[in-house]
Design a protein around this ligand. Sequence first.
Ligand code: HPA
Ligand code: ZN
Length: 335
Amino acid sequence: SSLHDLIEALPKVEQHLHIEGTLEPELLFSLAAKNSVALPDDPVYASPETLRDRYQRFTCLDDFLHYYYLGMSVLVTEADFETLAWAYFQKAARDKVRHAEVFFDPQAHTARGVSYDTVVAGLAAAKKRAQAELAITVEYIVCILRHLPLPESDALVDTVLDRGHLTDGTLVGFGMVSSEKPFPPELFADIYARVARTGTHLTTHAGEEAPASFITASLERLGVERIDHGLAAAEDPALLASLARNRTLLTLCPWSNVALKNIPRFEDAPIRAFLDAGVRFSVNSDDPAYFGAYVQEVYCRVQDTFGLSVADWDWIVRGAVEESWCSDERKAEIL
Ligand code: HPA
Ligand code: ZN
């Protein structure tokens, strides 16, 4: 539509992006060879093309997570994490992303013998380079995996607190990811309370595959200031009203929601419901190498599907920037 030029030029912030979800099949295969990591003896892993083909047929969140955790087993050295993140930042720059708040999953690496410090050092190097060479500001959000035993998440928090990374600028916040429905927010109240004492930003994935009650419980029991996905909020008018009143940002990922069958069609994304309720939300890519679209393409698909006005886009982008976890000076530069 006629707004595509405007949408491509919009200064974007990406607030829901898993760095491990930017691992393209070609890089996956080349790192597997370099690091002598054996891929499954399965025709899906015959080539980058057969793997990418399988990515087009995810049946649900857990089906995706299987390939996601398997894929990241090729990431071994500090340089691998830097390569991964740098490749993403170059794509983000192409898409006019000015500021990125990026999730990573240390437990998926420490479980394979790759240390937390190796992961963070590689990501930090890529961040420095993105800021210097691409003028993108980058912040990292460390995530716990909700499907793992709680003591393992507590051990990660021990490490993060020991390093002082939530207060020295290395990390901007704390989040929670992975399989949602079997692991309700209440289970993690003590961990969030521990992390909250640092004063860092708190978020969690909620209302992706689980109902709106998981969003309410995340806000009330975990003290999060932001909700990642928040798809299910659309089914609860009282929740929508309170999200709007409290200016709670939802980091919506409509392309992901269709790819993982959380909604049947792109038209079912709650864009209009959120706009009408005055709920602040951003448009994000989630795991672009797995779902096949980086953020610019997601923006364009929103426009093609919903035919938003310039005022709608201005409101979306302004809300996302204002609720970003960067300095006020940086927000003013982006807007
Ligand atoms: N949901 C839960 N966990 C995840 C996701 C997601 O969309 N992407 C990567 N880990
Ligand atoms: Zn996500």
